[in-house]
Design a protein around this ligand. Structure first.
Ligand SMILES: [Cu+2]
Length: 226
């Protein structure tokens, strides 16, 4: 304890010394300024922040997170669920709001490392997105080699389908012909537009859990375009 308090007082002295030095620098800067040199101290604060969608010309960003540790009830235990990533954190996916007639950039962050059986054949195939593709970044194709010179980033890949064995969940809206297969432990980016306002049913088409499959805010819900 003695060594600790001695260290503390040593640190206190160091901090005081640093403060005095800084005060000296402050004085020097003030003198320099008076000497005719102007030092700009303007701080630029960006007016747009990630996650906001203030401009109608830019895509509306919708971020969904598939988390696996939410407890459904005492019988079902932990089950996977879709969440909307909102300004204050994860929110319910029971009603997902987005604008109609505007390009949507959908980002799905999937923490689930387990695959699941597809309820419908071919639901590993992408549909309804721009170019019929999704962009997938995942554990095994990003930062895939690390040598002495550092990490080699491979980024990700554009896919028009996901191998059946790799599908964990899907984000599917049949009335929009939208089907986005989500591989295990991956981040998926897809672009699409909802051309007609309305309320559409979304759901996951893998057998990822009996109860969540049919429960709003877990693996199904409404997509509200307005
Ligand atoms: Cu699912």
């Amino acid at each position: 304890m003695k060594a600790g308090s001695s260290l503390t007082s040593g640190l206190t002295i160091a901090v005081l010394a640093a403060a005095l030095i800084l005060a000296g620098y402050g004085a020097a800067i003030a003198v320099g300024g008076a000497g005719g040199k102007t030092v700009s101290t303007t701080t630029v604060i960006s007016t747009t922040t990630a996650g906001t969608n203030s401009s109608s010309s830019s895509p509306f960003v919708l971020t969904l997170v598939i988390a696996t540790n939410s407890v459904y009830n005492s019988t079902e235990g932990q089950q996977p669920a879709y969440f909307v990533l909102g300004p204050s954190g994860l929110q319910s996916s029971a009603n997902i709001s987005l604008p109609a007639n505007r390009l949507i950039k959908l980002v799905i962050v999937n923490y689930d490392d387990g695959n699941a059986t597809l309820e419908v054949p071919n639901d590993n195939v992408v549909s309804g997105t721009t170019n019929g593709t999704i962009f997938v970044a995942s554990n095994d194709n990003i930062n895939s080699s690390q040598g002495a010179s550092g990490i080699v980033v491979k980024g990700g890949q554009n896919l028009s389908s996901v191998p059946v064995a790799d599908v964990a969940h899907t984000f599917t809206v049949p009335s929009l012909n939208l089907n986005i297969p989500v591989p295990t432990s991956s981040t998926v980016v897809a672009y699409f537009t909802v051309s007609k306002s309305g309320t559409y049913l979304w759901f996951c088409e893998t057998s990822c859990g009996d109860a969540p499959m049919s429960t709003r805010g877990w693996m199904t819900g409404s997509l509200v375009a307005s």
